[in-house]
Ligand binder design. Structure first.
Ligand code: ATP
Ligand code: MG
Length: 436
């Protein structure tokens, strides 16, 4: 059978082959037999379809193989496409040829298994319909981010993964032996991006990011993908507008291509459409504290960061993502400048997703003040020498500029309605999990 004769299950379910003889290749998803007939469900990347194998319609050997083949056996089958309301998706294949490519051993994963067991079996569990749907959507989200920035004329620009400096605080650095010295895995692309804008002005990147997160939460990974942008001549409010447009664009792309995946994941499509068509509010940290005080009876001391619990309570009052600006300066990274209108706060923002998915984007205008940054780094116990190259960027043609980073897995978890960020990446890494 040559390559062109293999059709995709989705096309059969869309009615493109009704009444025709087709070939499909895939894996047995479910199977049961009742004497002279075997009902199998076959899956490929595009979906699942019922195949009925009747004794007498094919050789005895093929029939016996069909009876014998366990789930996850790989198969090539050929048969007639029939519309049948009794079949799960309205179509079935009446099989005339059944070839087992590999008889699977008994599959270790059954129903109702614990999350930890499924993580141990991740190399097999990624075949599940749930994760298949998630990774298809993830691919579209990644593609949408590239498209979005390229459409705006941004140039893709790479930073090293092995970096001598911290960007987001020493506590979450992963140290790596570098010949006879030490270096760190990238916590962010940003500091190098700030060098890149002097050549390319508007740049973006999506790359692996490493943070040794010591708290176990359902939204922190040790290795995740961050999509970052940095732009010359832009201020805080310019990049906030871009961030909002980016999220709406991602939603539009997912809604365009993934209705059935979203349904499988029990995501509310109308709700996502509503968000894609909305303006997202921008409030300040002070206004967020006011909402918590007046509507939730929660008193937060000014100067404390918003924790998960506060973010979740705040988001009870919004249906769309919300941008929060002007967090207290002292709890912010060294490169975030004071807001001249309210110098105890920084020219920074977080975008918080609805329904408890937490911060999906963090960004800021960048400080241009070497003395200020030097002081902040010294207070944090950093070796200033490592930052001299970064200060050079303020010495040679310094300009206002801003940027932000979006957590790809946070966005995937939100859009895919996932309970835990671990399911937003094929092989999650956390404090307790680094295999398979
Ligand atoms: P958080 O307060 O949730 O730890 P952060 O303030 O450390 O986030 P940033 O340094 O602003 O995050 O990073 C930009 C984005 O990267 C965040 O908005 C988030 O979407 C994502 N992100 C940060 N840390 C992680 C992590 N450990 N796992 C997954 N995504 C992350
Ligand atoms: Mg963090």
């Amino acid at each position: 059978m040559d390559e062109q004769q293999w059709v995709k299950i989705r096309d059969i379910l869309d009615g493109k082959y009704t009444g025709e003889i087709v070939g499909i290749r895939g894996w047995i998803y479910r199977t049961r037999s009742s004497g002279s007939i075997v009902f199998t469900i076959i899956r490929d990347v595009t979906g699942v379809i019922q195949a009925t194998i009747k004794k007498g319609s094919l050789s005895d050997e093929e029939f016996e193989n069909a009876e014998k083949a366990l789930i996850e056996s790989s198969v090539k089958i050929k048969g007639e496409v029939v519309e049948d309301p009794r079949a799960p998706d309205g179509y079935e294949i009446r099989v005339k040829k059944f070839e087992v490519v590999n008889f699977a051993e008994p599959f270790p994963i059954g129903e109702d298994q614990s999350p930890e067991f499924l993580l141990d079996q991740r190399h097999l569990w990624i075949r599940s319909r749930k994760l298949t749907s998630v990774f298809k959507i993830r691919s579209t989200i990644v593609g949408a981010i590239h498209k979005f920035f390229r459409n705006l004329g941004f140039i893709e620009f790479e930073a090293p993964i092995l970096q001598p400096n911290q960007c987001e605080g020493g506590a979450t650095l992963f140290e790596v032996k570098y010949y006879d010295r030490k270096t760190y895995l990238s916590q962010s692309w940003q500091l190098y991006a700030e060098a890149g804008i002097f050549a390319l002005e508007r740049i973006y990147n999506m790359g692996p990011t490493f943070r040794a997160e010591k708290s176990k939460t359902s939204r922190h990974l040790s290795e995740f993908w961050m999509a970052e942008m940095e732009a010359a001549w832009m201020d805080l409010y310019d990049v906030i507008d871009i961030a909002k447009d980016e999220i709406r664009f991602i939603l539009e792309e997912v809604l365009r291509y993934h209705k059935s995946d979203l349904e499988y994941l029990q995501q509310d499509i109308e709700k996502l459409k509503g968000i894609a068509d909305s303006e997202f509010p921008t409030i300040t940290y002070d206004e967020a504290l006011d909402i918590l005080r007046t509507k939730e009876n929660m008193e937060i001391e000014w100067g404390k960061d918003l924790r998960t619990i506060e973010e979740n309570l705040l988001m009870k009052h919004f249906e769309t993502p919300v941008v929060v600006t002007n967090y207290p300066l002292e709890i912010m990274a060294f490169y975030k400048p004071p807001d001249p209108k309210n110098p105890k706060t920084a020219l920074c923002f977080d975008m918080i997703a609805p329904e408890g998915y937490g911060e999906i984007i963090g960004g800021s205008q960048r400080s241009l003040d070497i003395e200020y940054m030097r002081r902040r780094l010294e207070e944090a116990g950093e070796n200033i020498e490592n930052y001299e190259w970064y200060f050079d960027l303020r010495r040679y043609g310094s300009i206002p500029h801003s940027g932000y980073g979006l957590g790809v897995e946070r966005v995937v978890a939100w859009i895919c309605n996932l309970d835990n960020i671990k399911d937003a990446i094929p092989f999650p890494r956390t404090m307790n999990r680094y295999r398979p």
